[in-house]
Design a protein around this ligand. Sequence first.
Ligand SMILES: NC(=O)c1ccc[n+]([C@@H]2O[C@H](COP(=O)([O-])OP(=O)(O)OC[C@H]3O[C@@H](n4cnc5c(N)ncnc54)[C@H](OP(=O)(O)O)[C@@H]3O)[C@@H](O)[C@H]2O)c1
Length: 264
Amino acid sequence: MKKIGFIGAGNMGGALAAAVSRTENSVFVCCAHKENAEALAAKIGATATTVENIIDVCDLVFLGVKPQTLPDLARSVKPLIEKRKDRICLVSMAAGVTCSRLAALFGDCKIIRIMPNTPVSIGEGVILYCLTQSAAEYEDLLCDALSMAGTLHKIDEAIIDAATAVSGCGPAFVYMFIDALADGGVKCGLAREKAQLLAAQTLIGAAKLCIESDKQPSELRDEVCSPGGSTLRGVAALEQGDLNGIVISAVEAAYKRTRELSGE
Ligand SMILES: NC(=O)c1ccc[n+]([C@@H]2O[C@H](COP(=O)([O-])OP(=O)(O)OC[C@H]3O[C@@H](n4cnc5c(N)ncnc54)[C@H](OP(=O)(O)O)[C@@H]3O)[C@@H](O)[C@H]2O)c1
C-alpha cells in the first residue's frame, strides 16, 4: 500500500483521487481552500492535508492545479521536493505542459506526464502517459493507482498532442454526435429522453464491438447496411454531408490549438 497525494483536487484531480481511493493505496488531498479538500476527503475516504505534508509523506504526487498555477506552486515546493527527490515522483495532468517544462519548474526530480479524459469519473477514461527516464521505476505504481480510472496508454511525448486531440477532446465530439443522433430520433417521433438513452447506449455497444472484434470500423459499418436498406440511405446522407471530413477537421483544429497552448 502506497501513499498517493493530490495537490489540487478539483474536477480532474478530484475524479482521479476518487478512482485511486478505490484501490489499496491511501489517498491524501489538498486544495487552495481547506474546506474543499475536507469535503472531497470525507466523500472518497481520503485524508485532507497540506501541500507540505503531501510532499513529505507521499510516494506519488499528482499535480491537479491549473497550468497557470504551476509556476507559483513550483516556487513554493521546489526546496521540499529537492529533499525527497529520490523517494517521490510528480505526476502532472496539466494540459500542454511538457516534461522538460515541468523539470525546469520543479527541478531535478522524477516526473510523469498524464492526459486523462473526463470519463475517468466513472472508471471508463482514457489516460495517456509518458515518463521521463528517471521515473520508469514508478510506472507500475502509476498503473496500479489509476487502475480504477480507466485504461492507460503509454505514449511517446512527441505524439501526446495528437493523442490528446482524439482522446482528451474526443468526449466533446462524441457528445455532439449523441445529441445529433437523439435529435434525429426526436424528429422521427421519439421522446427526447428515450432518444438520448438509445443514442448513448448505441455508441457504447458499437464502440465495444469495434474494440473487441478484429474487424475494421468500415467492415462493421457494412454489416449494418443491407443492400437497398434503410441504414445505407442514412450512411449516404452522412457521406453527402462529409461527416468524415468534418470530424478530421475537428481533430486537426484541436491538435493545432493544443500545440499553440503548449508553445510548440
Ligand atoms: N477538466 C478536464 O477535463 C481536464 C482534462 C485533462 C487535464 N486537465 C488538467 O487538470 C488540471 C486541473 O484542471 P481542473 O479542470 O480539474 O481544474 P479545477 O477544477 O479548477 O481544480 C483546480 C484545483 O486546484 C486547487 N488549487 C489551486 N491552487 C492551489 C494551490 N496553490 N495549492 C493546492 N491546490 C490548489 C483548487 O483548489 P480550490 O478548489 O480550493 O480552489 C482545485 O482543487 C489542469 O492542469 C488541467 O489542464 C483537466
